[in-house]
Design a protein around this ligand. Sequence first.
Ligand code: 5AD
Ligand code: SF4
Length: 439
Amino acid sequence: MTEPKKLFIKTYGCQMNVYDSERMAEALGGQGYVETQSPDDADMILLNTCHIREKAAEKVYSELGRYKGLKAAKPDLKIGVAGCVAQAEGEEIMRRQPLVDLVVGPQSYHRLPEMEAKAGQGVKALDTDFPEEDKFEKLKSRPKAKRGPSAFLTVQEGCDKFCAFCVVPYTRGAEVSRPAGRILDEARDLVERGVREITLLGQNVNAYHGAGEGGDWGLARLIWALSEIDGLARIRFTTSHPNDMDDALIEAHGTCDKLMPYLHLPVQSGSDRILKRMNRSHTRDDYFRLIDRMRDARPDLHLSGDFIVGFPEETDQDFEDTLDLIRRVEYGSAFSFKYSTRPGTPAAERAQLPEDVKDERLQRLQGLLTEQQRRLQDAMVGKTVGVLFEKTGRLPGQMVGKSDYLHAVHVAAEGVVPGELRQVKIVESGPNSLKGELI
Ligand code: 5AD
Ligand code: SF4
């Protein structure tokens, strides 16, 4: 029997990349590859990259530089770059780093096996097409390996919104939704393999409009259909645009038991002037009204968001407006970034703010968000909440799981196994997690 070849995948960026990496590993499984946790013993290294900010893109080149020695010691080692940097800078990568054998964009990775075979014959391969064929269908025949309790499932890709700062519409292309039937099949398959919680993924997941029985399905319809799968306990989705929260989806948060009370709803800025310059096509008041409707539907909803500070022309007052919006909304968690110039996007052409102004604003904004996050987390003490256990903790008999609101919860839970969903009383709040007791 021949030794299996070893594949090392390093994943950067968003959850969709995590999902894509799993699918790429499965595709290459057909070529006799098994995954390894270290690049040192790999026969193939694949970097699944992110292009969203400058730093993320630069990391790829410094990581590739580190593989020089490995390639020199093992000339058969294949090195590939996948994901959004591959899409945006395909040829440039080949030019800047000659040790790369193949470059594959996020829409073409079902062609990886062919590309790997080519690379084996010493032919470099580049594929950054947006092909007609459905990559998800091509990758269907997957091994029925057991899975952990929580899984991602991509239902939609791409974005038509063209926010002035963002590369996604260029790297991931136009919005495309997968047909509902295929998503339901994949979800049933995941549940058979042990999954109890599915997070539906899309760059604009709530813009989902897939072909389903009887016509076009929106995200709410898809969630309701998924909720009928026995054994599936929890449904989440990320990431959403405020303009795509339709009535049915807002209502589902109040009526669908399996839909978790947590919503990631990026607003980016609290200033109408900046929102306009960002091409967000909504105002701060639109956002407030939407949050009110969401909380009417689901009063215990925890909100999360994304914020950009230091967008071109952002004044002190614009920034204060963002802080004010955060104070009014109260976030359970949030991600915040300094504006990063992305070549090819409209905002890259505008006058940029000094780095020290961005630094200072980011620090203040993160201070406020951390304070809020901590306050909401502390308020969990004394409450009873569902916890889906995922793995053993550091202490003997301890298990770690995720609350309905996505907090990490540590519980002394002798005999409880990963995948069990139990009611837990929260007794303590630490810096990054909660402690609870089974009830
Ligand atoms: N600079 C900084 N942050 C950005 N994001 C997207 N593009 C940029 C950029 N050019 C952030 C947004 C988005 C998240 C995924 O990344 O907040 O919601
Ligand atoms: Fe980027 Fe805006 Fe589309 Fe989100 S909605 S992916 S920030 S262009």
